[in-house]
Design a protein around this ligand. Structure first.
Ligand code: AMP
Length: 328
């Protein structure tokens, strides 16, 4: 096992110049008890002291917050963080405050040992895996609310969701204290909420956005895809097919938000198990409603396929073809 003094622990990470070498050497010397060279940290005090030690040694920290059940989408973000910082931290925490009362908190898929292997293969040195009681102890009553950006789209369908997201991300930032944090564009509204929170609260953290990673048939990767039956999985491509249709209409010059939305919906509505929660075209920065699409607009969708709620989005006029994209 690792020595228990924080200075010692982080020292073995930070005293080497080459990224990750400290961890590998610790393994070779038999002091590394965790999987595949990744250190699993459960307590905020320990994470905080690792972070302090890294800072004392002028090492930069790259951070990827996740809810686990990691797939290639998460892995692309971890590789990106690894390329941008000296030490990479991933958090794995299924955050109850961002789930509504009738949502899938209890069923949310989990695979910690697989996650640790996948994270380690992306060069992640530290997995911060706090437990719910430690994150939200009795008496917890402080929340971060990013007001306007949290109202439309998923905020309208999932009241309180972004308050839960902003709160947990603020807490994770306070413990991990990253220099750069990488978020996926898959959760576009979440990305905008986090960017705003960091600016408004002077957090001084660089927020990086990673592209949406898709399966070969275009379905955006998501931990929730594991809920889909075979037939639902086939129908689930209606999101990307609808967006493609709207994108091609946009490229032919269509600028009416309503007509672009109607086009995407017409593809989705024919699938027997697909039920639109929303399909909207909004300003890509403010998420304000649009009637006429200008230079930077996002088409955002949430669709139930069976009981599984899937989200996706495309930046009109910016994104290229919506095909499988696994490279960073
Ligand atoms: P989650 O575990 O779903 O909370 O996601 C953690 C991070 O991974 C978020 O920043 C997501 O936007 C990002 N992410 C999830 N799926 C994808 C994907 N298919 N492509 C890119 N990033 C993703």
């Amino acid at each position: 096992m690792w020595p228990t003094e924080p200075g010692c622990i982080a020292g073995s990470i930070v005293e080497d110049d080459a990224k990750g070498r400290g961890v590998r050497e610790a393994e070779e010397h038999g002091v590394m008890g965790q999987m595949d060279g990744i250190r699993v940290v459960e307590s905020s005090a320990e994470m905080r002291s690792l972070s302090s030690d890294l800072k004392r040694h002028s090492k930069t920290i790259g951070f990827v917050p996740t809810m686990g059940f990691l797939h290639e989408g998460h892995m692309s973000l971890m590789r990106r963080a690894h390329a941008m910082a000296d030490v990479t931290v991933v958090s794995i925490f299924v955050n109850p405050t961002q789930f509504g009362p009738n949502e899938d908190l209890d069923q949310y898929p989990r695979d910690l040992s697989g996650d640790l292997e996948r994270a380690a293969s992306c060069g992640v040195e530290i997995a911060y895996v706090p437990d719910v009681e430690a994150m939200y102890p009795e008496g917890f009553q402080t929340y971060v609310s990013v007001t306007d950006l949290s109202l439309p789209l998923c905020g309208a369908s999932r009241p309180g969701h972004f308050r839960g997201v902003a709160t947990v991300v603020a807490k994770l930032f306070n413990v991990v204290r990253p220099d750069v944090a990488v978020f996926g564009r898959k959760d576009y509204q979440q990305l905008k909420v986090i960017e705003r929170m960091v600016r408004d609260l002077d957090m001084g953290i660089q927020i990086e956005a990673g592209p949406i990673v898709r399966e070969t048939d275009g379905l955006a990767m998501s931990s929730r895809n594991s809920y889909l039956s075979g037939d639902e999985r086939r129908q689930a491509t209606c999101l990307v097919r609808g967006m493609r249709q709207a994108q091609s209409l946009f490229e032919k010059g269509e600028r009416s938000a309503d007509r672009l939305v109607a086009t995407a919906r017409s593809v989705i509505d024919v699938e027997p198990d697909a039920k639109v929660d929303y399909v909207e075209v909004r300003d890509a920065e403010t998420l304000a409603a649009l009637t006429t699409v200008g230079d930077r607009a996002v088409m955002a969708l949430a669709v139930f396929v069976g009981t599984t709620r899937l989200i996706d989005n495309v930046l009109l006029g910016v994104d290229g073809p919506l095909v499988a994209k696994v490279d960073v």
